[in-house]
Ligand binder design. Structure first.
Ligand SMILES: Nc1nc2c(ncn2[C@@H]2O[C@H](COP(=O)(O)OP(=O)(O)OP(=O)(O)O)[C@@H](O)[C@H]2O)c(=O)[nH]1
Ligand SMILES: [Mg+2]
Ligand SMILES: [Zn+2]
Length: 300
């Protein structure tokens, strides 16, 4: 029964299943479940019907030459991240450094909101903790985000601090490293997977605004896939429901505004605004909320 089923499948030309693990200069590399890699072409029909293929796409391929194949089918996507471009995301590792170069908190909050809007997990990974001397700044940062409910990892690719913990925390699916250029995404990947060839930014180029990693790439870590990505600074999303942005600010869930649908802008009886003024809610987070609301909400 099994054999007949397989023969039948084969006769109809049903290909191998795989995952797009790299898209270098528009040529997808697909890895099958057995771990074999194929450099692929897209069938023209698929290109027209489904548009751009992305890293993270589940596909069917039909081998042509040794190590080469044609992608014959792209499975429907669960979700989709634009910057960096990755499909079928389970979670984001938001990579952030307080120094060398100091990370941008607005971009950090935007990435956390992005995860919330996409309905995927987000964890903050602080890098370069070996060079942080100002203990207070570190404690304040960790205190703020942990109180909100985020998991914050303290790591150093240089000393190896925090890497075993990160490596052994259980996860499944596809986890994407996102963060500014120079934040240390590739250094972290390299430290976690010493056998992989990973290009890391030259110290002299830090802060010059050039990405070292140019393509999204998936790497296998135990039972999950980890994506190293180029750093992006221009983040944008199209959010139809502004409530999704509001609910991304978890720390305001306990506010008791007069109107249950209060957006905390200038509504009477708002409980968030006075608490922001008193410093009970972080003013910088609130400022970012206003910015994101203004820029990302599209009305149709
Ligand atoms: N002191 C210290 N330096 C680090 C650490 N991690 C990374 N760096 C340095 O910071 C720079 C970060 O470079 P990458 O790891 O290439 O940064 P990236 O986030 O991958 O950057 P893009 O690929 O451009 O997006 C490199 O020069 C690293 O040597 C760390 O834990 N401690
Ligand atoms: Mg990189
Ligand atoms: Zn309010």
């Amino acid at each position: 029964m099994e054999a007949a089923h397989h023969r039948h499948k084969h006769k109809r030309g049903v290909g191998l299943q795989g995952l797009v693990v790299l898209l270098e200069a528009n040529r997808p590399t697909v890895e099958t479940e057995e771990g074999t890699r194929f450099l692929c072409y897209l069938r023209g029909k698929i290109k027209r019907e489904q548009g751009r293929i992305m890293v993270g796409d589940q596909v069917e391929i039909s081998p042509t030459d040794p190590g080469e194949a044609i992608i014959t089918k792209v499975y429907p996507r669960i979700n989709l991240l634009f910057r960096p471009p990755v499909a079928n995301v389970s979670g984001l590792f938001v990579i952030f450094t307080l120094l060398q170069p100091p990370g941008n908190l607005e971009l950090l909050d935007k990435r956390l909101v992005m995860a919330h809007v996409l309905d995927v997990d987000a964890e903050i990974v602080l890098t370069k903790t070996d060079i942080i001397a100002d203990g207070d700044n570190l404690a304040r940062f960790i205190g703020l985000y942990e109180a909100i409910g985020y998991r914050v990892w303290e790591t150093s690719a240089l000393t190896g601090r925090g890497l075993p913990e990160l490596d052994h925390s259980f996860r499944t699916g596809l986890w994407v490293m996102v963060g500014e250029s120079g934040a240390g995404k590739s250094s972290l990947v390299k430290a976690m997977l010493p056998d992989e060839k990973v290009a890391v930014q030259d110290l002299s180029r830090i802060g010059r605004g050039q990405q070292t990693t140019r393509w999204v790439r998936l790497l296998k870590v135990h039972d999950f896939w980890l994506a190293d990505t180029p750093g992006y600074t221009a983040l944008d999303m199209s959010v139809k429901d502004p409530r999704r942005i509001r609910s991304a600010f978890w720390e305001w869930a306990d506010a008791s505004c007069r109107f249950p649908d209060c957006f905390h802008i200038d509504e009477p009886g708002c409980d968030v605004l006075p608490k922001v003024r008193l410093g009970l809610y972080d003013p910088t987070r609130y400022q970012h909320y206003r910015l994101i609301l203004q820029k990302w909400v599209r009305f149709y």
